[in-house]
Design a protein around this ligand. Structure first.
Ligand SMILES: Cc1cc2nc3c(=O)[nH]c(=O)nc-3n(C[C@H](O)[C@H](O)[C@H](O)COP(=O)(O)OP(=O)(O)OC[C@H]3O[C@@H](n4cnc5c(N)ncnc54)[C@H](O)[C@@H]3O)c2cc1C
Length: 478
């Protein structure tokens, strides 16, 4: 079935699709369904674009864009750039500082504009938009509670639940929006926190710790684990920890935060072993919980996991016929790109178009720290555990000519290939803008290219991507 095919039922009426949630899982699906000719309604509670656009991806990456400028400023002296003289290299004394109020106004304006663009696009494609809180009333009906308390109902043939997730809160560390903050509350600050204690060293905690350090805050990262980024490549995490240490960012590892309290002029974080950490502000980044409670899911026959996530298969089907789910509420992989793909797949499947099941091996993921950490495919952990037979090459960026010119000292390119097949199985790039550099590796994994295929494509000289081709050449010779 091609684009603009009109999806009809036996009685000749168009298939009625209702999408709960207007984030990437929901709106991308709605666009696909509309193009396939379905009668599509999106019910959204908090704003089109979802948390991805309004509080999570877009705001954080916009803030990080400013942090990147400050990181470049920090490295500028090595490249011969002279700012106003300062004996100790202090940035404020050199006349460089961040106006967080201005940064956050830009962040919020950009997020609003992106949300408005998504609304325009959905309307242009003929998608009906309903603002309110949706829930299932059995398998073929959706109820919507509007902000003014009125309730309406929609009859449905196919439902997609894409209601996302929200920050997990701890009873003894409740965000107050002023000093103890969830990541959604950071953009109301109009002055840089003097000393920011970040609780949680997963991707979100590491990204904000790195960003606020670059912006000029004194940062303490409280990590319950042995190292930061426990879910990422261990060599990559080691590079980041070394950079953090060099920049003066304190990491308290094996330190579990138990309570966070307001003090007269800041916060006091008490760790499980009794130690305390003082700060002006505390950011809680201890994970997310799915927005699946009270939606009538179980009554409609949808199975939830113990964590409250909706169980789905690789074409986004739930256990209930006609009900699909996508994005963070499924707990498959909390990425906007994956949410969008799950949503599209759900619509292709339910509306009878050609569909390839979700393949997580080809999903590239990036941690937007300085340097960035990007990865795709099989991991070193899996290789070492014997899950796949692979050969590995790791090239430090310090030997790359472009890196030398740019004053890039930290990072590496790591590539994995099948021990016999020579196919590229995965890789890790730790570098500034690694998010842009990982794409050739993603392409190689997705298209099952061999290391010789990758090595035979010419890279620009000098370029950081030259290290990816060089790693592929080394794997040929290894
Ligand atoms: C700080 C941070 C940074 C991130 N950065 C990145 C990144 O750089 N790249 C990346 O790929 N991913 C990133 N992520 C992950 C990304 O934000 C999520 O994977 C993505 O938002 C998931 O999209 P979604 O559609 O499932 O849900 P959401 O974006 O959360 O959207 C869900 C929508 O559903 C609505 N909703 C909820 N309940 C109801 C209801 N009952 N009825 C109607 N509507 C409802 C909500 O209002 C919301 O609009 C980041 C996450 C965080 C926390």
């Amino acid at each position: 079935m091609g684009q603009n095919a009109v999806v009809t039922q036996r009685n000749g009426s168009r298939v009625r699709v209702v999408v709960l949630g207007g984030g990437p899982g929901g709106y991308e699906a709605a666009l696909v369904a509309a193009r396939l000719g379905a009668d599509v309604t999106v019910v959204d509670r908090d704003g089109l674009g979802g948390a991805a656009v309004l509080t999570d991806v877009v705001p954080s990456k916009t803030l990080i864009a400013t942090a990147e400028v400050m990181t470049l400023v920090d490295g500028a002296a090595e490249l011969g750039v002279r700012l106003a003289p300062s004996h100790d290299g202090d940035r404020r004394a050199q006349g460089v500082s961040v106006d967080l109020g201005a940064v956050n106004r830009r962040v919020k304006a950009l997020a609003r504009a992106q949300s408005a663009d998504i609304r325009t696009r959905l309307e242009a494609e003929g998608v009906r938009l309903v603002q309110g809180t949706g829930s299932l009333d059995g398998p073929n009906r959706v109820q919507v509670l509007a902000a003014d308390g009125t309730v309406s109902a929609l009859d449905v043939d196919t439902t997609l639940v894409a209601v996302g997730a929200r920050p997990r809160a701890m009873d003894d560390a409740m965000p107050d929006g002023e000093r103890i903050l969830s990541w959604t509350q950071l953009y109301d600050l109009d002055a840089l926190p003097e000393r920011l204690v970040v609780v949680g060293s997963g991707v979100t905690g590491a990204e904000f710790a790195s960003a606020y350090d670059a912006l000029g805050s004194d940062v303490v990262l409280v990590s319950s684990r042995d190292r930061v980024l426990p879910g990422e490549d261990a060599d990559a995490a080691a590079v980041l920890e070394a950079v953090f240490a060099r920049r003066g960012l304190t990491v308290l590892s094996r330190s579990r935060a138990q309570t966070v309290r307001r003090t007269a002029d800041g916060v006091l974080v008490t760790l499980a072993d009794g130690r305390t950490v003082e700060g002006s502000h505390c950011l809680m980044a201890v994970g997310s919980i799915p927005n699946t409670a009270g939606l009538g899911l179980e009554a409609a026959g949808v199975t939830l996991s113990a964590s409250g996530h909706i169980e789905v298969d690789r074409v986004s089907r739930t256990s209930a016929r006609g009900i699909y789910a996508a994005g963070d509420c499924t707990g498959v992989l909390a990425l906007a790109s994956v949410a969008a793909m799950q949503g599209r797949i759900a619509m292709y499947h339910s509306l009878g178009d050609a569909v390839a099941p979700l393949d997580l091996r080809t999903v590239g993921a990036n941690v937007f720290t300085a340097p960035e950490i990007a990865a795709v495919g099989w991991t070193q952990n899996e290789i070492e555990a014997g899950d796949v037979r692979a050969r590995t090459v790791k090239l430090p960026l310090a030997t790359n000519p472009r890196a030398k010119m740019q004053g890039v000292h930290d990072g590496f390119v790591k590539l994995f290939c099948g021990a016999r097949s020579q196919e590229v199985l995965g890789g890790v790039v730790v570098a500034p803008r690694a998010s842009e550099l990982i794409f050739p590796v993603t392409l190689a994994v997705a298209q099952r290219l061999t290391v010789d295929d990758v090595a035979s494509a010419l890279t620009i000289y000098p370029s950081l991507s030259g290290s990816i081709a060089e790693a592929a050449r080394r794997l040929h010779n290894a």
